[in-house]
Design a binder for this molecule. Sequence first.
Ligand code: 5CU
Length: 386
Amino acid sequence: MSLRKLLVDVHTHLYLPRYASVLRSRSNAPRILTRNSPSGQSEDRLLILDDEPSGGRPVGPQYWDRDEKLKFMDQHGIDISFVSSANPWLDFLPFPEAQELAQQLNADLESYCSGGPSVVSAVELKRLYGFGLLPLVPGAPSEALSEAVSQLARQHPHIRGIIISTQGVGEGLDDPALEPLWASLAETGLVVFLHPHYGVSAQAWGTRDNGHVLPLALGFPFETTTAITRLILAGVLDRHPNLRLLLAHSGGALPQLSSRLASCIEHDPVLAGRLAHDARWYLGRMWFDAVAYGAAELGFVSETVGRASGCGQGGGTADVRRGRKEGASRMLFGTDHPFFPPLGEAGKWRSVVENLEAIERVDQWSEEDKEGVRGRNALTLFGLSP
Ligand code: 5CU
């Protein structure tokens, strides 16, 4: 098989066994608890959100067992996965514990990836790579974070990025205290996968029982939208143009709101003149997972990102075509496994099939663009392209 055809999943999670043990030792969220199911059997339940509905959700080997990850990959034709710890990472720990656990989990993740199989058609490629963790919690000293970044880059060749939440060291991603961190991340080239956990105020969801739908479908992407917008407004990408940011869930609402954002900036006495570029330009500097479940949405994001990169601004046919290619080259297939399991039916997961079908159906994308989104763009971003 040619490398062009590899299917690469950049949004797939795990809880490493060491992390699952920490969750088991806790008595409040985030935690794993064991209880008796209605049929009297003992079952593990995962509670990661403070107001998790129905006493949490089932959790099992699909969250920590490498063979289960590989089985899932085989079932869906996924050649390579870039696995990341699932939320809430180390956010709930005090700095010294977070620092020690981050080092241990990064070493565990390196073994998880390096001890796994290679791609049969390309033995120089492993099937598993990872996003590591930083002790990015309140009280973390800047130097310790920068040192953790260089350690990761030096010691763990299969860890190609880090996953971070929106909280930073407690003040969000526009916190000046994070400047040295952005500088070291830009220097190492590690990809920064920005992923939500906190959502937005639960008051917005009202009192009707809508299960987990509103915080997950809306709260998660709104959180990402706000966090990345604050980072842009703080000028982080002006000062660190080599920072490589990958946004979960196709960047949330940022693509839809980017022109409104640009206009608000231009009309605001505090913001006007602060940034080096029009707000839309920054979209063209980032990468977006293709975890949006719909072709129209993927097409819209890539078109907006392509125009942001400047290529599609001219309006001529060639400009529009170049912009489209550029936009598509910044989008990458993902599954969100082991979240979104089917509710009952066996076989392939609907959530995965939907994301693959969405890529297939984007009208604006050529076959080459689609192959890029399915795999080639990830290999390029993570430095695995020959
Ligand atoms: O279903 C969920 O709550 C989640 C989650 O917590 N994290 C994630 O990455 N996807 C779905």
